[in-house]
Design a binder for this molecule. Structure first.
Ligand SMILES: [Zn+2]
Ligand SMILES: [Zn+2]
Length: 374
């Protein structure tokens, strides 16, 4: 993965804590990127959605409004098109859906709303349980996937002016920070501050949910490369992981309950009766990540990666599982890269194979992903 060089910011020593500008960066003959448009907004921008076909830019604002612009063909001009008074408080996610002519948005007011992008009128509203940080939409079935700060993903079926709750996915122990939908395989990926990614296999219709463990910090973005069936994920420590999703992974087992080690039968520390009867010291309970058995530390001293269960990092396994895992089983199904900045936003463009990362350091980096995503 070669770094193409972050675009230079002309006035970076006059940074304001909240930027109110929209900049359109164009690649110049010199090979460098310079803004063609430098537009100041009445309030800070909190999120955006860009549709290349219509060149429609939808900006969510700190004050709850969504401002839309149409960019000129040469990207040298942007014209205001529509304003929506969508939320009371910061717009957290905005998503323009061309096929429906809908603008979906969520806000700090815990409302999920959708507007008609032609008339500008609000079509419907749904009250979410927590702040929403991830939003995806399936055009074919009109399902909206809404990921929130409580760690759950709510699936809503949208009608023209109403919606119904289909189901709720619960699996994360931290906020849902990113969502990514693959409409072909019908798979939803959710990333969380608990460092994990869950792949919810909706198309498989078997209720399979696979956990992917490859980050040491909170997951900040998810993108899917459909042609090569690779998932790109990034985290706040700058890590970028590229997952091969063309392999069949297994679900992690449920952790079993036992009052004694399921290998050596020594009692766990709360098992006073057996401790007294056998005059043995109570041990701490651990779980083997492969078989799920409750085991003591001595019977699970070894560590292994289990890539086909989503564990790209070494995890605790019991002695018998450690023996059963072959070198072939340990072949990684993901590659690991360092963006060298704390990523806050990421976007992948499948047509060019380029990845954009935007960092807490206010630097935008462009990466040529073709050597690793193809
Ligand atoms: Zn044991
Ligand atoms: Zn085991």
């Amino acid at each position: 993965m070669a770094e193409l060089g972050g675009p230079k910011q002309p006035h970076n020593h006059h940074k304001t804590p909240h930027s109110r500008t929209i900049r359109i960066w164009l690649k110049r003959d010199s090979g460098q990127y310079w803004p063609s448009v430098y537009h100041t907004m009445p309030d800070s921008c909190s999120c955006m959605s860009f549709n290349p076909e219509t060149r429609r830019l939808s900006m969510g604002m700190e004050n709850g409004t969504i401002s839309e612009f149409i960019l000129s063909e040469d990207y040298n001009k942007m014209t205001p098109a529509q304003t929506y008074q969508a939320h009371q408080g910061r717009v957290t996610v905005v998503l323009f859906v061309l096929e429906m002519e809908w603008v979906l948005s969520t806000g700090q007011d815990k409302n999920f709303t959708w507007h008609c992008s032609e008339s500008g009128t609000q079509l419907g509203l749904y009250r979410t349980t927590a702040w929403v940080s991830g939003l995806q939409f399936d055009v074919e079935t009109r399902h909206a996937f809404v990921g929130d700060y409580s760690g759950q993903v709510t699936i809503l079926k949208l009608e023209l002016d109403s919606c119904s709750l289909v189901t709720t996915f619960k699996g994360h122990t931290g906020n849902v920070t990113a969502l990514c939908w693959d409409p072909v395989q019908r798979v939803l990926f959710s990333g969380s501050s608990d460092h994990s990614i869950i792949m919810w296999d909706i198309g498989g219709c078997k209720g399979t949910a696979i956990e992917l463990q490859g980050h040491n910090e909170k997951v900040q973005g998810l993108c899917y490369a459909p042609h090569s069936r690779q998932l790109i994920s990034c985290s706040s420590d700058g890590g970028i992981v590229i997952w091969n999703m063309d392999v069949t992974r297994q679900e992690t087992p449920e952790w079993l309950d036992s009052d004694s080690c399921q290998k050596c039968e020594q009692p766990f520390f709360w098992n006073f009766k057996q401790m007294w009867d056998s005059k043995k010291i109570g041990l701490r309970q651990h779980h083997c990540r492969k078989c799920g058995q409750a085991v003591c530390g001595k019977c699970s001293a070894k560590r292994s990666t289990i890539p086909l269960m989503g564990f790209e990092f070494e995890v605790r396994v019991c002695d018998s599982c450690h023996e059963s895992i072959t070198d072939e089983d340990r072949a990684p199904t993901a590659t690991f890269h360092d963006s060298k900045h704390s990523i806050v936003y990421m976007h992948y463009e499948p047509t060019t194979g380029w990845l954009l990362t935007s960092g807490a350091d206010k630097v935008v980096k462009l990466w040529d992903m073709t050597p690793v995503v193809s």
